[in-house]
Design a protein around this ligand. Sequence first.
Ligand SMILES: Nc1nc2c(ncn2[C@@H]2O[C@H](COP(=O)(O)OP(=O)(O)O)[C@@H](O)[C@H]2O)c(=O)[nH]1
Ligand SMILES: [Mg+2]
Length: 253
Amino acid sequence: MTISSQRPQSHNLEGRISPQCRLTLFFFLIRKVTLLVMGLDNTGKTSLITEIQRGEEPAVSKLRVDRFEVSLVDLSGGQRSRGTWRNHYGDAHGIIFVLDSSDVLRMEEAKRTLSRLLAHPRISGKPLLLLANKQDKVDALLPCELIECLSLEKLVNENKSLCRIEPSSATKSLHKSQSRTILQGLRWLLHTIAINYSVLSARVQQDSLDQKAPREQEAPRRATRAHSQTRGERFEKERESEEEWVGAVWEHG
Ligand SMILES: Nc1nc2c(ncn2[C@@H]2O[C@H](COP(=O)(O)OP(=O)(O)O)[C@@H](O)[C@H]2O)c(=O)[nH]1
Ligand SMILES: [Mg+2]
């Protein structure tokens, strides 16, 4: 019996697809896209998603927009929940960051949160849509005022993220022009993702694997540890790690 020493050939079709065919694929392929919906608590994330899909409010909503199958992941924005955002960074092709334009008192907190988010290696460079929500309120800041307030130009330039800001309102009495701006923003985000789709998808694939790996390695170790501890010891340890974790959230958002 002979064993072939030939290495298996890779099947890279790139060079074999004619430019015409590539153009056809570009227009007709359905692309799967994951968008993370983030922002401080109470800014209107869940209301906006419900408005966009005109239905219930599950944590992950699926919708079809043009040639895209979009998963919108609604991430809770409370102080403690923000510590778990990073578990989703690797899955994202793009970000929707929702602001309560009328909450001037929390604008500094929003700026800090956005700045940390954009600087994260798994987010940096991914396209960002900012929704300046609650525009129906009389004291709401306009998008141009928010750009100043958040030093947005500096922030996105530092992290090489393409960014667009749109006014929005998620109230039931939504004016037609408001729902148009949300859709316009969403289309811009998807179009920007489409232009960089191969690069972003490769990044998502790699980051999702990297994200899963440490958790899978950690699981058997955790099981062994739990088995060898008494109930009292376990409680003490859990309380300690909870305290450490709360500290970490305060420090890193
Ligand atoms: N006036 C006004 N209220 C809004 C708007 N969007 C959301 N809300 C209200 O803000 C509160 C928080 O909304 P929610 O969607 O739960 O925020 P989340 O914590 O970011 O998911 C709710 O009482 C909403 O009804 C808006 O565009 N205008
Ligand atoms: Mg919510």
